[in-house]
Write a protein that binds this ligand. Structure first.
Ligand code: T4K
Length: 377
């Protein structure tokens, strides 16, 4: 089998028609306004609330700064329980807030924090839980809320992967105290770089918007040590255009998803999680687990072989955060505490997944995987 002529990456951002962006840029140039809550920003904030079906939103220059501000605004301290199976940003925002991340094991199927193990990680220093809706699969939000209520803990969700995920028609941003979305180019919806916090409680709006603007209340008063988390007008304008293309992109991804699931369910040793019918898929990632015993080859072997065919899948999230030099020494990082995470990290592979892929491309990728398996027989 021939390799792909051009590299097939794990994702490709939506690139709108350049002329549309130019029109928006002219609007911005005429306004002589580039940042600090301009018109594009205001419009995008309103649109985001509608798309995500949430009452309140604050836009940010990226998801990581948004998450740092979420943790600050809830005044979390001491210890916060999170998952080791995530992007570095998740535990790092705790460290930037002088909080100790406590790693809890994950569910081997959903790859989300294991709700049955959260309680055993709670100590008198615990102030919150920071779960991640990994690859857009919703966490068990009801059980997490129950635990948080019982112990008086706050919940910040990292929904970097879960743009437009819904549970029973309810936007995923309506659970917990504050939810963060990332608008990085690798995400379904993007603003070049960017992010948002969404929350039900109207009272958060003032505090969050102050925190993302240096804590400046007026020309005469700075009332808290804020940061610069503002999204600028060019990011917001790009976002407004990309937002109009989301449904078309989602339809294309739906076709790709269907093909992957049809083809890969036929290959022994390749597993993927299927969402329940009451969950709306964010369609940001398509992820498989390679079971070495039944597939005959390891995930790493598949990853390396795919590369030879010009297919660049990704080992999200390898290594585990609990294995980073800065977190390895934490008692909760002990692999005995994290058996499922340590097992999943060796199996998971994010497959190329974006609207520009064709069904033929997916067929070829699946043929390569089948070929790799046949070689091991
Ligand atoms: N929490 C979670 C759970 C997250 O996954 C993330 C970010 C965050 C928090 C933080 O949110 P932000 O602060 O980023 O808003 C990428 C992204 O940089 C990162 O945003 C994302 N998660 C993570 C899962 O993926 P890398 O290091 O894998 O990116 P990179 O540059 O290797 O790009 C991946 C592929 O995407 C490339 O192989 C090709 C394609 N690509 C990428 C870019 C940037 C393009 O085709 N065009 C592009 O412009 O981290």
């Amino acid at each position: 089998m021939q390799p792909f002529e051009n590299p097939v990456m794990v994702t490709r951002p939506i690139f709108p028609d350049l002329s549309e962006l130019n029109t928006k840029l002219e609007e911005i140039w005429d306004s002589k306004w580039l940042s600090n809550n301009g018109r594009q920003h205001q419009k995008l904030e309103e649109s985001i609330k509608k798309v995500l079906k949430v009452p309140n939103a604050s836009l940010f220059n990226n998801g990581t700064i948004a998450l740092i501000v979420a943790v600050q605004s809830l005044r979390l301290s001491g210890e916060v329980i999170t998952t080791p199976f995530t992007f570095p940003a998740t535990p790092h925002v705790l460290t930037w807030n002088n909080i100790k991340p406590i790693f809890c094991d994950i569910d081997p199927t959903t790859l989300n924090i294991d709700v049955d193990k959260i309680e055993s990680m709670i100590t008198p220093l615990t102030t919150g839980i920071l779960p991640v809706h990994v690859f857009g699969t919703p966490c068990d939000v009801f059980k997490i809320q129950e635990i948080a209520d019982r112990y008086g803990l706050k919940i910040v969700y990292d929904a970097a992967h879960a743009f437009m995920t819904e549970i029973d028609g309810k936007g995923i941003g309506n659970f917990g105290d504050i939810t963060m979305f990332s608008f990085h180019p690798t995400k379904l919806f993007h603003t070049g770089e960017g992010g948002a916090l969404v929350y039900e409680d109207d009272h958060f709006k003032q505090r969050i918007d102050l925190l993302k603007n240096f804590g400046i209340k007026s020309e005469d008063e700075v009332i808290m040590p804020g940061i610069n988390g503002k999204m600028n007008e060019i990011q917001a304008a790009l976002g407004l255009i990309v937002l109009d293309l989301i449904e078309e992109e989602r339809s294309k991804r739906q076709v790709i998803l269907k093909r992957y699931t049809e083809r890969l369910s036929e290959i022994e040793g390749i597993f993927f999680h299927t969402l329940d019918s009451n969950i709306k898929n964010s369609l940001q990632y398509f992820v498989v687990q390679v079971d070495e015993k039944t597939f005959g080859r390891s995930r790493d072997y598949v990853y390396d072989e795919l590369k030879k065919y010009n297919v660049f899948a990704r080992k999200y999230f390898y290594p585990l955060c609990s294995d980073y030099a800065c977190y390895r020494q934490l008692p909760s990082s002990n692999p005995e505490n994290l058996p499922n995470a340590n097992s999943a990290v060796k199996k998971v592979l994010s497959m190329p997944f974006y609207g520009e892929l064709t069904v033929d491309d997916v067929d070829r990728i699946c043929d390569i995987i089948q070929l790799i398996k046949n070689r091991s027989l």
